[in-house]
Write a protein that binds this ligand. Sequence first.
Ligand SMILES: CC(C)(COP(=O)(O)OP(=O)(O)OC[C@H]1O[C@@H](n2cnc3c(N)ncnc32)[C@H](O)[C@@H]1OP(=O)(O)O)[C@@H](O)C(=O)NCCC(=O)NCCS
Length: 284
Amino acid sequence: MAGRSITIHRLEAAHLPACLDLAASRGWVRELEQWDLLFAVSDVFGFDHPHRPGLGGTVAVTRYGSGARAIGMLLTSEDLARQGFGRQLMSVAIDAMGTGKAELCATPDGRPLYRNLGFVESVDVTRYSAARGTARLPSWPNVREYVPSDWASISQLDIDAYGADRSALLMTLIGRARGVHVAESSGRVVGYGISWKNYPGLVIGPVVAETMDLGLQLISSCVAGCPEISQIDLCTSSPGIKSWLEKAGFLRGDRLPLMTLGSCSSPAPGNQAWIQALASPALC
Ligand SMILES: CC(C)(COP(=O)(O)OP(=O)(O)OC[C@H]1O[C@@H](n2cnc3c(N)ncnc32)[C@H](O)[C@@H]1OP(=O)(O)O)[C@@H](O)C(=O)NCCC(=O)NCCS
């Protein structure tokens, strides 16, 4: 169904409370830190609700170099559902995309729309969370805290994994991180993991590592000593990592499959198997 005419415009940080209200009206938690991060690294678009104060819809587009985009936070007000506004927001997001690839994590609500637009499921993503202090994970001697001289290695590792330059996002996340860990093998950086605060606790991600075992070590180090709820958007279909998390006290949450439109042309397709956990569903 074609939507009525609305004006979709760029939102600024001053719209953050209205974004939180719209998300809460759809049953999403009020992720203050995540929205704040999106206003720092992404373009957030939205439109005013046609009948009352506040926003009628939002979508965020994060550009990774010139070849890839993440689309997230697609929301429309429930009283405007099925009137074509979600599709209009997605068309703004896709127009901003150029010729690269776009990825998003799809809720069940969003999947029919994304399929209609040509997105296809690519990678399985499942959310895991552990209540305050319940995760029981060992610490690992091969993982250490990040130091600034690791920057070139981890940004290159990330490019090799994603096939896109996400250094602006990583730099911002490191600046806001609760912890940043790197895994080394024979003196070479072979993985990194970032933990950052986002209501209601701590997000573990992104975690990028050349092997699943190293990914586990990094997750373990990020969670160690964490007194808060911790949350991981796990991006691997490996049953080993899932059962390890469940044994450690994590509970399996929603499945939010990654869906992709287009293909990555620059600089390379990337080694998806190294991506163990996402920064967040909105940032992919
Ligand atoms: C997903 C969401 C943004 C869709 O917004 P919307 O304004 O209702 O979507 P539209 O009216 O533009 O619908 C777009 C298309 O999807 C279809 N569609 C929308 N919801 C659907 C549903 N629940 N089941 C089947 N099809 C659906 C519509 O038929 C339409 O298809 P068409 O253009 O071929 O007719 C909205 O439901 C929402 O905010 N949900 C809660 C938050 C969420 O889960 N967001 C997605 C994050 S990944």
